[in-house]
Design a protein around this ligand. Structure first.
Ligand SMILES: [Zn+2]
Length: 560
């Protein structure tokens, strides 16, 4: 189907002046597309707009253009080339392709009317991308915050849009960076696809469920995203479409994947070595837009801060539009980084403040997290009895669907309802837990503590329930026996959070630039109070799995 599109329409030129670009074909990038400056709905166009659209599409026939003006032809006639006097098959196809290629506009509650290039629309309109409509952004958080019903789908659109805003802003302000239209599209695709690998209930899946169901593997949703992206491209024949819009799949698919997961692991830890393969070191700043591994300031967070705040009913004090205005690429330590003006430090503090509020009030909400734990328990009990068909008819379970992207495409929050509505006796235990969630009969909260130590090593996590169970003072009589397997110990700590909380690690070094000293000499500013803002993040919460009320609360827990 794609090749039919590409056969009849001239190849699009790229702004980066690639030699493969035919010299006299019409421009079709985002700013110079035939519909640029025109209302996205061609049916609303008047005769002058139709005339200018036809010219931009490469119709130079003066008779046709004259006729359009004289007969005052409107845009609603464009899908009917014969009514415009176009009779040749080739020209008809050319016009129809031109109409299809107009930018699409989506009305987003956070960013307003946002435009997407036709290539991005081709990616969005695939089963792998549409799957994100059925994955709650905040997992079990929806059971606490009734407004938090938003899904990964709209967040991904938002990140794709913001990635385009930031990269274009840099390109317009600093033409010397030589950001090509190809670069812009690749950054936007990475933004759109960065969360394709999330499983049911988002972080619950890669943070809680997979580590328990498959302790032998280390799996992250970012790994899932690159696998799903590859599957999306291949199973929808999008390599040809990428080529059609001027991309070079061999290089650009790699570049897109690198933006999502970071550079490949290097055995030699040499900071000066450029590890990425998709783009050269001169374009290092492009890797700081979607997922900034350096300081965590990226468009992914801008979108979810704004979107989550909107849906949770929490104030968002960070204004990404100001950041966009003042963003500039500067050379720091022989590497090009995205920097901001020194006077914008307050805005950045607001960003980390918003992040802190969201973590305290929503992402680490006690009840939201215990509901995630209960869903995880239900999935673990159901795992062996759920069958998902993958490629070549092979069968997978919830925990093994990550090994086959065809199976994983079918795994969404829907599995919750499948268990809840199933009559399979094998799913009784799992179903009972989900029913308890619906009737708000939740695991009981025992207590929480913030120990003085900075961190608990991962290998020690599994001993914690035992330690809590044995903390019972010997002189207290219990009605029920306190067993380690009935206790859930949840840890929140900065970096390597075991239970799936996404907490970024802030580098105290955020590059700034001064207006007086042009961007070649950025002034690194250390922000110690940012760390203060994020301190005391090691927190331990204890829950009791048995659903009857607890008769005893170990006093040692409260004091420790
Ligand atoms: Zn995201």
């Amino acid at each position: 189907m794609q090749s039919a599109d590409s056969q009849n329409t001239p190849k699009r030129p790229r702004r980066d002046g690639s030699p493969r670009t035919p010299p006299d074909s019409p421009l079709a990038d985002a700013e110079t597309s035939p519909s640029h400056d025109l209302d996205p709905d061609y049916r609303t166009w008047g005769p002058e707009q139709v005339w200018s659209f036809l010219r931009r599409c490469g119709f130079s026939d003066s008779e046709l253009l004259k006729r359009c003006r004289e007969k005052r032809m409107s845009g609603s006639l464009l899908p009917f080339p014969e009514d415009l006097g176009i009779s040749s098959h080739g020209k008809k196809m050319k016009l129809l392709n031109c109409i299809q290629d107009t930018m699409k506009v989506i009305n987003d509650p956070i960013h307003g009317h946002i435009e997407f290039h036709p290539l991005l629309m081709r990616i969005i309109d695939t089963p792998q991308f549409q799957r994100l409509r059925y994955i709650k952004q905040l997992g079990g958080g929806y059971y606490v915050f009734p407004g938090a019903s938003h899904n990964r789908f709209e967040h991904s659109l938002g990140v794709g849009y913001l990635a385009g805003r930031l990269v274009r802003e840099l390109s317009e302000k600093q033409p010397e960076l030589q950001i090509s239209e190809r670069d812009i599209l690749c950054v936007q695709i990475a933004g759109l696809c960065h969360d394709l690998g999330h499983g049911p209930f988002s972080h619950m899946f890669d943070g809680r469920f997979i580590p328990l169901a498959r302790p032998e593997i280390k799996w992250t949703h970012e790994q899932g995203s690159v696998m799903m992206f590859e599957h999306l491209i291949n199973s929808n024949g999008l390599q040809d479409v990428m080529k059609y819009y001027g991309l070079i799949p061999e290089e650009d698919i790699l570049f897109i994947k690198e933006q999502i997961t970071g550079p490949p692991e290097s055995p030699i830890k040499d900071a000066s070595k450029w590890l990425y393969k998709g783009r050269p070191k001169e374009k290092s700043f492009l890797y700081e837009i979607v997922a900034n591994k350096r300081n965590g300031i990226d468009v992914d967070k801008w979108d979810y801060f704004a979107r989550d705040c909107h849906h949770l009913g929490i104030q968002n004090s960070f204004d990404y539009k100001r950041f966009l205005k003042f963003a500039r690429v500067c050379e720091v330590d022989n590497m090009k980084h995205i920097c901001t003006r020194e006077k914008e430090v307050g805005n950045l503090y607001d960003m980390f403040h918003t992040r802190n509020c969201l973590h305290r009030r929503a992402y680490q909400h006690k009840v939201g997290n215990i509901i995630d734990t209960m869903i995880t328990d239900a999935f673990l009990k159901a795992d062996d009895h759920i069958e998902i068909t993958g490629s070549a008819g092979r069968k997978y379970h919830i925990s093994t669907a990550i090994d086959d992207m065809e199976a994983f495409t079918k795994l969404t929050d829907n599995i919750f309802l499948e268990i809840l509505y199933s009559t399979d006796p094998n799913l009784n235990d799992a179903r009972m837990i989900l029913k308890k969630i619906e009737s708000r009969n939740l695991y009981k909260f025992v207590g929480e503590t913030q120990p003085m130590i900075q961190r608990i090593k991962k290998e020690n996590y599994e001993h914690l329930p035992n330690e809590v169970a044995s903390a019972k003072p010997s002189d207290v009589e219990l009605e029920a026996e306190l067993k380690a397997e009935d206790l859930i110990v949840d840890l929140f700590q900065e970096k390597h959070i075991p239970q799936g909380q996404e907490i970024l690690v802030i580098s105290p070094f955020v590059p700034y630039y001064h207006l007086q000293t042009p961007c070649k000499i950025p002034v690194p500013l250390r922000l110690p109070s940012l760390n203060q803002l994020l301190s005391s993040w090691l927190k331990i919460l204890v829950w009791y799995r048995a659903l009857h009320s607890l008769q005893f609360l170990p006093s040692s827990l409260e004091a420790s």
